[in-house]
Design a protein around this ligand. Sequence first.
Ligand SMILES: CSC[C@H]1O[C@H](OP(=O)(O)O)[C@H](O)[C@@H]1O
Ligand SMILES: Nc1ncnc2[nH]cnc12
Length: 272
Amino acid sequence: MKYTVKIGIIGGSGLDDPNIFKDSTEQKIITPYGDPSDSLICGKLNGVDCVLLARHGRKHSISPTNINYRANIWALKHLGCTHIIASSATGSLKEEIKPGDLVILDSFIDMTKNRKLTMFDKDDKVVHLPIEPPFSPELRSIIIETAQSLGIHVHHTGTAVVIEGPRFSTKAESNLYRLWNADLVNMTLIPEVVLAKEAGLLYATVAMATDFDCWREATEKVNVANVIKVFKENVKKITQLFIEVIPKIAEKHWDIEIDELNCLIQESVQSN
Ligand SMILES: CSC[C@H]1O[C@H](OP(=O)(O)O)[C@H](O)[C@@H]1O
Ligand SMILES: Nc1ncnc2[nH]cnc12
């Protein structure tokens, strides 16, 4: 096996400071892109090396637009991560995705307006990375199989619309995203998923639907309090899933997938 598995865990809203390691060390990393959202917490979970990072900082003080996504991904790569599993609170755009449900995302629609979308703008290289599939299919399969074995219901696919925020959507916007047949809406998936791929990291997001955004007449419109309430009520499903999935990820050999991704990145450099 060429690569030793190390798993980055990015905790989103409601999972800002998960205390899931027995023994851990804290690392403050400085990156060419500036500071990550917080110190990175290194430790072992079920015998597997992991690194934990709070996307909005452990005190939840950084809003979606201001998150230094490039520094976060760079720092996880720098610490030797090969994979990232992330959590995200999301609004449901579909009747059948209920608050509290988990969705293993497989696509996105980027509606952000004010983000640094690439790490490839530091030197004179121009890189056009094919993003499809944005989430590692193998990682998603392992997460889905593990959820099934734990009896945790998950939706196997889902497309998230990513908005700039920090405001939530209007009803017109929410209905437009529904017309596009999108499943969920959030504010942080972009550029995290893209940068992970640029960094050669295999990435998956477990999204939790926390609300019906604002399209559904019969339900209270989304607000921060109900997002956090629903997330906290259901967070055990995500932590249990992460704890069980991590040794399964570490059991597999990933040389083919990581080599393929590295080749794709090299082939994506434009040259004349
Ligand atoms: C707390 S409501 C909006 C907030 O929740 C989601 O955060 P994350 O993806 O980090 O779980 C959403 O994207 C917004 O940032
Ligand atoms: N309705 C919503 N819109 C955007 N981000 C969210 N995060 C959780 N619920 C959300």
